[in-house]
Design a protein around this ligand. Sequence first.
Ligand SMILES: C[S@@+](CC[C@H](N)C(=O)[O-])C[C@H]1O[C@@H](n2cnc3c(N)ncnc32)[C@H](O)[C@@H]1O
Length: 223
Amino acid sequence: MPDSNSVATKQSMLAQYSVEHCEPVNPLLEEIVEFTLANTEYPQMLTGRQEGRLLKLLAHLCDAKRALEIGMFTGYSALSVAEALPVDGILITLDINQSYGEIARGFFDRSEHGDKIEIKIGPALDSIKLLAQAEEHLRYFDFVFIDADKPNYVNYYEAVLPLVRQNGLIVVDNVHYSGLVLDETDDTNARGIKNFNEHVKDDQRVDRVMLDIRDGIYLLRKR
Ligand SMILES: C[S@@+](CC[C@H](N)C(=O)[O-])C[C@H]1O[C@@H](n2cnc3c(N)ncnc32)[C@H](O)[C@@H]1O
């Protein structure tokens, strides 16, 4: 029987192999990674190449024209999703941090997809409440990516589900939370994620598939 070290090594080699076999990203996305590693405190928040390409592919598959992101950071996932939108498509992306907004806008302005991205700075729940009050044709989304503060995941989900069109997709990041979902834990973020996972596990309003790539990704299709 192989020892656990060699199994772990092979798993990590396969993870790297999988990343290398995803479609390459454009140089601006590489630049966002370099900038984020050099200039921000928590660069591990980046989604990166594999998940970014997955988001783009999923947004394409659901013919997304209107997309919403909760948790933008320096703009990597936003720009990845925007690549999949038509020229008259829109991604509204939410973040609480003004300086991330300025950094991301700088990158978006240099991208051919940047015009499709609208940034809203402030607590995401407040921004979603305002979006829900927009005119009817402006308050639906085909695709939503949830990747902000973990204790609010259930609140984000419940706030956006009424805004997602039938067959629309909600993608939720970090649903394994570094494996802490398997443990009894006092970590507030891990508890937020565990709570969210239990909340949607039997939710008949959506189809539910959890993927064990990267930090765990939940795919939820609105019925
Ligand atoms: C994991 S990062 C997002 C990473 C991003 N999706 C990417 O791929 O690069 C989480 C982001 O959520 C933002 N955030 C945290 N709490 C928030 C809140 N209450 N409302 C809006 N954004 C929030 C943080 O400022 C941070 O930029």
